[in-house]
Design a binder for this molecule. Structure first.
Ligand SMILES: [Zn+2]
Length: 200
């Protein structure tokens, strides 16, 4: 069976069942192998909507975003994927995503080493565990903006991760050319923020 037929078969399979994680994953993978990253992206995003812990899908989505020249989005995807792979002990995708981040000139995410954090003993907040990095603080002093999402970030996200998002948010606005006076653009921005902070 040729590549084209295989892709069309997988596409039919994926489109007949939006919750078929394996079909969407295989299709995204096949499209990347075939040098069609612009088509692979939406299918891989669907994989992550079905299963947000599929670290290999983050790796492939990052590769697809690199292939379409979305450098900052690729960094966001690979940074999150690296953390999830670390948390789940998925060594191969973690190593590969580390290499891709290096290729992109991006820093490796700091993954919380609970033992080291306990040994250093400083700056931690008792009973707090940041939802994104798993570290124990420091927490934000005040909520970053009004509303329930701001409250959630204050309660669940550490100061460091929030600062990382502020930097990334600016890049997202520039890269996607979001007109921030447009409520729809605000929605897209919030979606990226929730993904980055793992609040989705
Ligand atoms: Zn954090």
């Amino acid at each position: 069976m040729g590549t084209h037929e295989r892709i069309e078969q997988l596409r039919q399979l994926a489109e007949s069942d939006p919750n078929d994680e394996m079909a969407h994953f295989s299709l995204g993978n096949a499209l990347i192998d075939a040098g069609r990253p612009e088509e692979a992206g939406p299918y891989l995003q669907r994989v992550l909507a079905i299963n947000s812990q599929n670290s290999k899908a983050y790796q492939l989505l990052g590769e697809a975003q690199m292939g379409t020249g979305h450098r900052d989005l690729a960094i966001q995807t690979l940074t999150n994927g690296y953390r999830i792979a670390h948390r789940n002990g998925d060594l191969m995708p973690m190593k590969k995503m580390g290499e891709l981040l290096e290729q992109l000139g991006a820093p490796l995410p700091k993954v919380a080493d609970k033992k080291a954090a306990a040994a250093s003993g400083g700056g931690g907040v008792e009973g707090f565990s940041c939802r994104r990095c798993g570290g124990d603080g420091p927490k934000l002093a005040t909520r970053p903006f009004k509303g329930p999402l701001g409250e959630q970030i204050l309660a669940e996200i550490c100061e460091n991760c929030w600062r990382e998002w502020v930097g990334m948010g600016t890049k997202v606005i520039n890269e996607l050319r979001l007109p921030m006076f447009d409520p729809q653009a605000q929605e897209v921005y919030d979606k990226h923020m929730k993904e980055f902070l793992m609040l989705a």
